[in-house]
Design a protein around this ligand. Structure first.
Ligand SMILES: Nc1nc2c(ncn2[C@@H]2O[C@H](COP(=O)(O)OP(=O)(O)OP(=O)(O)O)[C@@H](O)[C@H]2O)c(=O)[nH]1
Ligand SMILES: [Mg+2]
Length: 288
């Protein structure tokens, strides 16, 4: 008879190219917005943990930056070093692919990286809700070398439970790492900074999003119940600074307003967002 009193716990890392939907999957699994998601490459910059609490155990998902092989810039190098770091001391690797995009040299590179890992692996084909999936058969073929293949949709939540069950099968017995009710490893300020960065990413064009970092210096609940948040947007160059601020301050005002609206929805409190822009060419070394 199956012993239902066994409690399992462990780490599952989400790995894959940029834009395959790793962070969207993390949010759907956790059931709340832990990580930011955008249609742009390299949205995620630091490994973020999202925690799932179930009667049979606890899974800590580690969302990683997308692997972006071509670029040799400092940011990409840093992001890749985080991916490699995240693969240590992991119980299960969840390798996510996107059937709407051609495999290319990048995917082959990741496949090679994943294949050489000694851990249990699950091959996940995401975005199954998409009507056009020209590369689906190609990825199905690629998945044949994996023990577990799951086709799912982070967006519609199709087959997410199957993914959780498969991970639980591979997890060791163990005590929970986080208390019930904690959904992320991010500090509150870090999470707020990420939400601001998401809005910047969505609004800024071309290389500008990659020039920015956000720091939240202070949060304070005022007597009238309003939450005061002081955030700084750092960018590498004067030119980018004026692009972010926009004509007559219109750009930064729009970013501030849309971020504040989202924060108010999530926090169920009124928010005062004090947003400023600074030039700092060294934020990669200083903050990542
Ligand atoms: N149709 C569809 N779109 C999805 C799904 N999952 C993610 N997306 C979209 O794919 C885009 C990228 O999603 P992200 O979750 O930011 O991708 P990521 O893999 O975390 O990207 P990086 O952080 O850059 O590595 C976003 O526009 C998502 O809305 C899905 O299941 N179906
Ligand atoms: Mg991401």
């Amino acid at each position: 008879m199956k012993n239902t009193s066994i409690f399992k716990s462990g780490f599952a890392v989400l790995i894959g190219r940029s834009n395959v939907g790793k962070s969207t999957l993390l949010n759907s699994l956790v059931g709340t917005k832990v990580a930011i998601t955008t249609p742009k490459a390299q949205t995620t910059r630091r490994p973020i943990q999202g925690i799932i609490h179930k009667p049979q155990g606890q899974i800590i998902f580690v969302d990683t930056p997308g692997i972006f092989k071509q670029s040799r810039d400092q940011l990409s190098k840093k992001l890749f070093s985080y991916v490699k770091e995240s693969l240590k001391d992991i119980d299960v690797v969840v390798y996510v692919v996107d059937p709407t995009r051609d495999i290319g040299a990048e995917e082959k590179y990741i496949l090679d990286l994943v294949k050489h890992l000694g851990t249990k692996k699950i091959f996940v084909i995401n975005k199954m809700d998409e009507k056009q999936k020209p590369y689906l058969e190609f990825y199905r073929e690629m998945g044949r070398s994996f023990e577990n293949v799951i086709e799912l949709s982070a967006k519609t939540r199709e087959n997410l439970n199957l993914l959780l069950e498969t991970i639980f099968n591979d997890l060791p017995e163990g005590e929970p790492f986080y208390p019930e009710g904690q959904f992320t490893s991010l500090r509150h300020e870090e999470w707020l900074a990420e939400l601001v960065r998401e809005k910047l990413f969505l609004r800024l064009r071309q290389e500008v999003p990659y020039s920015v970092h956000v720091v939240v210096d202070e949060t304070q609940t005022r007597e009238n119940g309003t939450v005061y948040i002081k955030a700084r947007v750092l960018t590498t160059d004067d030119r980018y600074k004026s692009m972010i601020i926009g004509k007559g301050g219109r750009g930064i005002k729009e970013i501030g307003q849309s971020t504040r609206k989202e924060l108010e929805t999530v926090m169920q409190q009124s928010v005062f967002l004090d947003l400023s822009v600074e030039v700092n060419p060294h934020w990669v070394e200083q903050f990542l």
